[in-house]
Ligand binder design. Structure first.
Ligand code: 13P
Ligand code: SF4
Length: 308
């Protein structure tokens, strides 16, 4: 244990030194492992990470998250180097939809506006009109004139949540997050029984019955904000377990109970300090997007960012 701590300290010291030399910024998603969150310059949800990437003047962005997030940063920062410590960090949901599937949907609904959850590849974004994240999906849908048909891709559960929030009928694709569907209502109900005073915070990628049991359905940073504001001291958290590190660190006096103890996203957890250091040492792995795809995908991302 002592030796591991010493090794970690040495790795962190090297990362900090190289970060300055390379004029690099480390940004990390809320689901990253604790050791990555602790060394990052910025931690956030998908929207905050893309807003941060769009504004930074760092020469190098080391992106600790999954591929679609780094790809979004690369699209927004074409003159900076975006690195991922491990390119195998994908997203089960993003892999469920291809650009061809979107073209087919558009053919069947030629007048529809395509709203694309940011958890998708650049090629899929390139076929879409406007992106959204879990924190602004409702606002994005509300910005579309009421008489327009909307194709909402690829997350059926986020789409269903937006339908409940807005009362709008959306045409949904059948994608889902393989991590969030493992959160079961039975387990959540049991946790609620054991902690009757606890507030339930859920991510909108959870299935409908789970989301409907929650007091608040929020993005990962929305959950972090609510946890700080909430006067009650116990919270049941229905999302990927990586967020517990941030929640506990920011609220040491509060208790966070995972609705599902084994719901971790394998993709989010491929990073570690060794890979992060190596990424800075060797400037690996650069994330590049084809110029034509990037410019079409950027239009959909910019349309979302323009909403603020
Ligand atoms: P957030 O945008 O809420 O951070 O969600 C990203 C994600 O991948 C959830 O599974
Ligand atoms: Fe994708 Fe789900 Fe992992 Fe989020 S938690 S990155 S949606 S597989």
């Amino acid at each position: 244990m002592q030796t591991r701590l010493k090794t970690e300290e040495r790795l962190v010291a090297k990362i900090e030194r190289l970060k300055k030399e390379r004029r690099a910024m480390i940004i990390a998603h809320n689901y990253q492992g604790g050791e990555i969150q602790d060394v990052a310059d910025f931690i956030g949800d998908s929207l905050e990470l893309s807003q941060k990437a769009a504004k930074t003047d760092a020469e190098v962005i080391v992106f600790c998250g999954v591929h679609f997030m780094a790809e979004t940063a690369a699209i927004l920062c074409p003159n900076q180097t975006v690195l991922m410590p491990d390119l195998s960090a994908g997203c089960g949901m993003a892999e469920m939809i291809s650009e061809e599937a979107v073209r087919q949907m558009k053919k069947a609904h030629p007048n529809a506006v395509v709203v694309c959850y940011v958890n998708s590849s650049a090629k899929v974004k390139a076929e879409s009109d406007i992106c959204c994240t879990s924190s602004n999906a409702t606002r994005v849908v509300e910005s579309i004139p009421k008489d327009r048909e909307i194709l909402f891709i690829p997350d059926q559960y986020l789409g269903a949540h937006v339908m409940r929030q807005t009362g709008r009928a959306l045409i949904l694709y059948n994608g889902y997050c393989p991590t969030h569907v493992r959160i079961m209502t039975a387990e959540l109900a049991k946790a609620m029984e054991q902690h009757p005073d606890a507030v339930v915070l859920a991510h909108p990628e959870c299935t409908g019955p789970v989301a409907q049991l929650a007091n608040h359905v929020l993005s990962t940073s929305g959950i972090a904000l609510e946890a700080r504001k909430e006067p009650r001291s116990a919270m049941i958290v229905a999302t990927e377990t990586g967020i517990l590190h941030r929640l506990q660190k920011e609220n040491p006096q509060k208790e966070f109970i995972p609705a599902c103890r084994y719901c971790d996203c394998a993709h989010m957890k491929v990073n570690n300090l060794e890979k992060l250091l190596w990424s800075l040492e060797e400037m690996q792995y650069p994330v590049r997007v084809d110029v034509d795809v990037a410019s079409r995908a950027k239009a959909a991302i910019d349309a979302m960012l323009a909403l603020g």
